[in-house]
Design a protein around this ligand. Structure first.
Ligand code: K1U
Ligand code: ZN
Length: 173
């Protein structure tokens, strides 16, 4: 297995709209394993293929306490939504930034699993938030898009500063 590099906001590749997966085969299943390894190591509770620069409709998630309930969503479709909830969100592509986002309280999603079986998931709480956040990634959307332009600019500046501080001395001159 392998740890995969995660694209960081404001990388334009995060704006790519993902295409449907056409074939579930051994290479895709290996990629799914690598995505789980990358997500658990980060650590995160979800990872969309967009974030690792693979532009197909594929998501891995695990919102369980014990990290023993892996979920794979291939070609997910939200078929029902209900209510609204506001939760603090983070994103592995926007490190160190957390902000409140309002989303549906309950979603019902249909998707294929890693074996190509059709699954229907009735989700509330963190699972519902995570599904909507990850499906946004597949549509080229990042959670900071829900913030005001001023707040989004502040996020960009904070991440730029963080990158400058992390860069080796030789790179900064
Ligand atoms: O898409 C991503 O970058 C993953 C993201 C998913 C998410 C978390 C919270 C609300 C909405 C979407 C993360 O996993 S960020 C890291 C995080 O929140 C977390 C990490 C470890 C344990 C619990 C949460
Ligand atoms: Zn994210």
């Amino acid at each position: 297995m392998a740890l995969l590099p995660i694209l960081e906001f404001p990388d334009d590749r995060l704006r790519t709209v993902a295409r449907p997966v056409e074939r579930i085969d051994a290479p895709l299943q290996r990629l799914i394993d690598d995505m789980f390894e990358t997500m658990y190591a980060a650590p995160g509770v979800g990872l969309a293929a967009t974030q690792i620069d693979y532009h197909y409709q594929l998501i891995v998630m695990d919102v369980s306490e014990e990290k023993n309930e892996p979920l794979v969503l291939i070609n997910p479709r939200i078929v029902e939504t209900e209510g609204s909830q506001t939760c603090q969100e983070g994103c592995l592509s926007v490190p160190t930034i957390f902000a409140d986002v309002t989303r549906a309280e309950r979603v019902v999603v249909e998707a294929l699993d890693r074996n190509g079986e059709l699954r229907r998931i009735d989700a509330t709480e963190l699972l519902a938030v995570c599904i909507q956040h990850e499906m946004d990634h597949l549509a080229g959307k990042v959670f900071v898009d829900y913030l005001s332009p001023l707040k989004r600019q502040m996020v960009k500046s904070k991440l730029d500063k963080r990158r400058r501080q992390q860069a080796p001395a030789s790179a900064t001159g």
